[in-house]
Design a protein. Structure first.
Length: 268
């Protein structure tokens, strides 16, 4: 009579863990198509709620881990805890979030309201949809992990100005006109709106301090002139805290004023 074979406790534990993780991983639909693991990086496409569809800003995304989520509602960043029920549902407990007043607060508010509590998971090839109990949805597509753009050698285009916790997009006539590049030796050059400028910067840890700005002397009118004056004051205000998330740079002064800028893509 064959003897009983004992499996070491450590081996049994490892096997159980592997099976548990597999339950939250890839599987196949009825046609044999491989379905994505919810754990990964996802670009948010849209929300449906209250009979309406809200299209997502470019920066709205989720980076879903086994237990934790990091993401962006479109302007404000956030964290959350995630508890998976196999591959069919996840319970989300919101964590920390920034609190800026942003250009598309309707989408931000709706996203924050939907991404909490128990959510059903509907998977398709390279797609993920999270569904609330009332049928509202968060639709996403798979996205490659975004590598942070380097502070230097990147052309940064100013997208918004921050003041008192509020981020305001640049006026249409000024959009895309203010940009700058920091060279490896920390020489800064660019355009404030209509005038070209240069300066020498000092970088220490997460702070950057701009030296005196040298610029051309064209008269800048309207919104372009206002943006230029605001940027000139910001760059001359002392040490700025620099934070890079993906292709977005935020520079913030001690009084809470600052800017957000977007890195140019290779195609640009």
């Amino acid at each position: 009579m064959p003897g009983i074979r004992y499996v070491p406790a450590s081996t049994a534990l490892a096997l159980a863990l592997a099976l548990a993780l597999a339950g939250c991983g890839r599987s196949e639909d009825g046609r044999g198509v491989r379905l994505p693991d919810p754990v990964g990086s996802w670009a948010v496409e849209s929300l449906t709620t209250g009979g309406r569809t809200l299209h997502a800003p470019e920066s709205a995304h989720l980076d879903i881990g086994r237990n934790q989520v990091k993401g962006n509602y479109g302007c404000n960043g956030f964290t959350a805890q995630a508890a998976f029920d196999g591959s069919s549902a996840v319970t989300v407990t919101p964590g920390d979030s920034t609190t800026m007043a942003c250009a598309d607060m309707e989408f931000e508010t709706a996203f924050a309201h939907l991404f909490r509590g128990k959510l059903a998971i509907d998977r398709g090839p390279d797609r993920l949809t999270l569904k609330t109990a009332d049928g509202s949805t968060i639709a996403m597509t798979s996205a490659p992990a975004v590598t942070d753009a380097p502070l230097t050698t990147t052309e940064w285009t100013v997208e918004s100005l921050v003041s008192g916790g509020t981020a305001a997009s640049l006026p249409t006539e000024a959009a895309g006109k203010a940009r700058f590049t920091i060279a490896p030796d920390f020489t800064v050059s660019g355009i404030l709106g209509c005038n070209r400028f240069s300066a020498k910067a000092t970088v220490e840890g997460s702070t950057i301090t701009f030296g005196p700005l040298t610029s051309t002397k064209m008269a800048c009118e309207g919104a372009v002139g206002e943006v230029e004056r605001t940027l000139t004051e910001l760059f001359g205000s002392g040490p700025l805290t620099a934070k890079i998330e993906g292709r977005t740079l935020t520079l913030t002064a001690s009084d809470g004023k600052g800017l957000t800028a977007k890195a140019a893509s290779a195609a640009e």
